[in-house]
Design a binder for this molecule. Structure first.
Ligand code: COA
Length: 297
């Protein structure tokens, strides 16, 4: 699908993306590149990284891949430093690396819980912490008068509660807290904008095939009025918007990109029934003098 943004909206920017070798992270890397940015992608699987970098380069995007695990501080530091060594600076950090699986709280071991917290929450903080020196206004390689920007990929699971996702709900709630607190502290001190994106179910991703196989998807369509799958492109466009100067006054927000899905509830009454019911109730209340209980009417 064609981007509605100008192709040079991110010209001259350097982006580092964790989890950038596949899924949503890769689509953001691709769209950043197509809008003028140079991209460094970080991931654990070297073969996935190689193929992602070749694809990006085949689009004419300056791209490089660095193997690393966001759970390891030394990997985070090495990848951040290598990105700056390769491209001279970092303007945009995207934390898209995540771990997930469906499991009931009863069956989830504390180590399973910790593993997802470590990847999603601690990993996000570690990457932000290592990149800070390069993102802050006046930091190494920064010629512009502003600081860089951070995008944290979150979720909507924790706005309510989600079956068999206690670990991810807790981890993404922490990610949102990181987004707001860094926006406050680093926005004030270093002119760095920190925002998040909370995707709904996105087709053709590891997340959707792991968490919502086809039989769940078709059931969800029956009872959730707003249920429909998004595309990786939808998330990437939100990322381009937030990372570009179009988002220069946006700081500390997590943008929900889910077609309104998290607001969904089953419809208990059809719209026509509500209209009729409402008219009857209104007529009754107009006829009734104030203070007389409706049971007496
Ligand atoms: N159900 C229950 N527990 C699970 C699990 C599952 N499906 N998968 C892993 N765990 C538990 C393990 O049992 C282990 O706990 P234990 O030591 O108490 O037994 C703990 O999690 C760590 O598992 P391990 O396999 O050593 O972790 P890992 O670092 O190799 O893998 C994961 C990390 C678990 C997140 C893995 O699913 C992963 O890397 N996935 C790829 C990324 C991804 O999930 N992307 C989707 C994004 S939506």
């Amino acid at each position: 699908m064609k981007s509605p943004f100008k192709a040079d909206i991110l010209r001259g920017k350097v982006a580092l993306l964790t989890g950038g070798g596949s899924g949503i992270g890769f689509e953001i890397a691709t769209q950043f590149g197509k809008h003028g940015a140079s991209v460094a992608i970080m991931g654990r699987r070297i073969d996935v990284l190689h193929s992602a970098v070749s694809t990006l380069q085949s689009f004419g995007i300056p791209a490089v891949g660095f193997e690393g695990d966001v759970r390891k501080k030394e990997d985070a530091k090495r990848v951040v430093d290598s990105t700056v060594k390769h491209f001279g600076k970092i303007d945009i950090l995207v934390n898209a690396a995540a771990g997930n699986f469906l499991v009931s709280s009863e069956d989830l071991s504390p180590n399973g819980f910790r593993t997802v917290m470590d990847i999603d929450s601690v990993g996000t903080f570690t990457m932000c912490h290592e990149a800070l020196v390069y993102l802050k206004k006046g930091g190494p390689g920064r010629s512009s008068s502003t600081g860089g920007t951070i995008l944290n990929i979150s979720a909507t699971l924790h706005y309510t509660a989600s079956w068999y996702q206690i670990h991810v709900s807790a981890a993404k709630a922490a990610v949102d807290a990181i987004t707001r607190n860094l926006a406050l502290e680093w926005g004030t001190d270093y002119d760095i904008r920190v925002n998040g994106i909370a995707p709904g179910p996105i087709g053709d991703t590891a997340g959707i095939s792991k968490l919502a196989p086809e039989e769940i998807n078709s059931k969800a369509r029956e009872y959730m009025p707003l249920y429909k799958l998004g595309e990786k492109w939808d998330i990437a466009m939100a990322a381009v918007y937030l990372a570009s100067d179009a988002g220069k006054y946006i700081n500390g927000t997590t943008l929900v990109v889910d077609g309104g899905l998290w607001l969904s509830h089953p419809r208990h009454l059809p719209k026509e029934a509500v209209k009729q019911l409402s008219r009857v109730v209104e007529r009754k209340s107009k006829a009734a003098p104030v203070g007389i209980p409706t049971s007496k009417l």
